[in-house]
Structures are given as C-alpha cells and as structure tokens.
Design a protein around this ligand. Structure first.
Ligand SMILES: [Zn+2]
Length: 321
C-alpha cells in the first residue's frame, strides 16, 4: 500500500507480457518515498510497478504534482539542451542508427516523446531531406521541436496520430527512454505497427535493469523495468522480430538496452530457451536497491551529502579516489 496514493487511486494489472497474475514483491519503496511496490511476474520475470496509480491519477500527477518532483527547466532552450547534454546524447543514438543502416534519403521518421526535438534535429543533420514527425504532449516542447528540427508535423498523443487519416507510414519510429513509461508496452508496439512501413524499423532504448544500483531508477514515472529477455518478450507479443539487442552507455543517462524491431527478419533475442530462474535473475538488482534504501535516503539529506559525498570528492581532488 502506497502512502502517496489512496487505494481507489491504484489499479492492479495482469502482466502485459504473459497475462500472468502471480507476482513476487521485490521493493516497497522508490526514490521519492511514495511507497510504490515493484514486483516480478512469476510467469515471465517482467518487473513492474503493481499496483500502480491508475491512468486518470497519473494524468493528475503529471498536471499538478510532477514539477514538485522533477525540478528544473519548464521551458526548452539552448541552455537546457547543453546542461543535460541532449544534443550529444542524440548524436550517440544517431551514430548507431547510421551504422545500422537505418538512415536513408527522403525517409519518414517519427520520434515518440520527442521533447524539444534534439534526436530529430540530429537525424535532420545527417539526412537533410528526411520528413520528420514527433509525438509530444507538452505544448512548449512540441513547439520548440517543430522549429528546432524543422518538423513536417506532430501529434500530442499516439492516439491522435492513429486517428489521423492523413498520418504517413514511417520508415523509422524512435522511442528513447519512453517505453518504460507506457501503461501497456506490447499494446503500444501493436499500435505503432499500424503506422510502420512494411520494411520499417522501430528503435527502442530503455534503462537496463541489470545495471540498477540503487532506488534512483524506481520512481512513479517508470512503470516497467526491462531486461534483454523481457524487452524481447514485449516485441514478440506484438509479433515483431528483435533484429538488434545490445547494452550501451549513453552520455548523461543510465546504462541502457537498445533494440531494433521489424515486422520480419532474423531474431537475435535470448529466446524462449530461457528457464524461469534465468528470467528472474535480474530480480536481485531490485532487491539490492531496496536493501540499500536507508543509505540511499540518507545520502540525499544535507548531512548525508556532507558525510558521504564530501570525503569521496576530497579524495578525488587529491587524486586518491
Ligand atoms: Zn509475465
């Protein structure tokens, strides 16, 4: 039971990957101390928040409370892009897309959760005649992206795009650090298939649960925590082939897994030979994060910052750390 949300604001869901309804509790708190529960599906190993705030409650949270938790820039700007190394990170992704042969002249690209448009701008720099589109709910970020990356068009939500009779078919759909926020990942992919060109590709980047060290990655906006196996499961559930699957370290972001999905082609996922124990092998990272919760919360207090970070910084300055 969360101390932030009342019982009727929470919903309990079956596992979107396998339909299972038996779960093991892995953590009972999160980085904002909302008391959210993170569980592992006993059927397939997928890790998720469950119960979780209902879609209506999440909408209210993003509208009214989000700013209290995610401090910083409310308006996109050059300063915002520089401070969070957004352009640098975008180039890191586009280097990969180019090496994977996913960029070509005149292509149509959709970035879901495009924010201020840094990723689309980086694609524009490599493919000047590309036709670029974004989905972005925040009107200020959407407006900035439109100019920044010279977009052809955009939509507020994926549902708006799906309902648009003039929506194009996309050669490439990018979903970077967004997939872990969506309420039903396989259903989300099945929707995207409707606007994907026959030979199109979907590029997804998510935090890698195998690299979790503390409670930082457990928070209200992250509904799912993927491993290579459970990310592949979501793709297969939407009848998509996993053609690339690799861990990488993006600039100023946690260690992540990226994948390229296609409607057909050779599948490189770890496969269904994985037994239940392998599927649960990443649960230990979440359990360890929970065990470290007292230290995690102390480290983020003024006293903790001085006592725990101060000496480490001093040691680094002296060349000892
Ligand atoms: Zn499952």
């Amino acid at each position: 039971m969360s101390h932030m949300f009342t019982q009727d604001e929470l919903e309990t869901i079956p596992c979107p990957n396998c339909g299972g309804s038996r779960f093991t509790s892995l953590a009972t708190n999160d980085r904002y101390r909302m008391g959210l529960t993170t569980v592992g599906c006993e059927g397939c190993g997928l890790v998720m928040t469950n119960p979780r705030p209902s879609p209506a409650r999440m909408e209210k949270f993003y509208a009214e409370e989000y700013r209290r938790y995610y401090t910083g820039f409310k308006q996109p700007s050059a300063e915002y892009i520089a401070k969070f190394r957004r352009a640098e990170r975008a180039r890191h992704h586009v280097d990969f897309l180019q090496a994977a042969g996913l960029l070509r002249p005149g292509m149509q690209v959709l970035d879901i959760g495009c924010a201020e448009g840094s990723l689309l701008k980086a694609i524009r720099d490599r493919v000047p005649d590309a036709r670029l589109y974004g989905v972005e709910p925040n009107p200020d970020f959407a407006a900035f992206a439109r100019t920044h990356a010279k977009l052809e068009g955009g939509w507020r939500k994926l549902e708006d795009l799906l309902a648009d009779p003039d929506a194009p078919q996309f050669d490439l759909v990018t979903i970077v650090h967004v997939f872990e926020h969506v309420p039903n990942p396989p259903a989300f992919l099945a929707s995207i298939r409707q606007v994907l060109a026959a030979d199109g590709a979907i590029y997804i980047d998510v935090p890698d649960i195998a690299a979790y060290r503390d409670l930082d990655m457990l928070h209200v906006a992250h509904l799912f925590h993927f491993s290579r196996v459970t990310l592949s499961d979501a793709a297969h559930r939407a009848d998509l082939a996993v053609t690339v699957l690799a861990q990488h370290t993006p600039p100023a972001h946690p260690i992540s897994i990226r994948t390229v999905l296609r409607a057909g082609g050779a599948d490189v996922s770890p496969g269904s030979g994985e037994n239940a124990a392998d599927r649960q092998s990443n649960w230990g990272h979440v359990r360890r994060a929970m065990r470290g919760a007292p230290l995690f919360f102390f480290r983020n207090t003024p006293a903790g910052r001085v006592l725990l970070r101060g000496p480490r910084r001093l040691a680094r300055l002296l060349g000892l750390g």
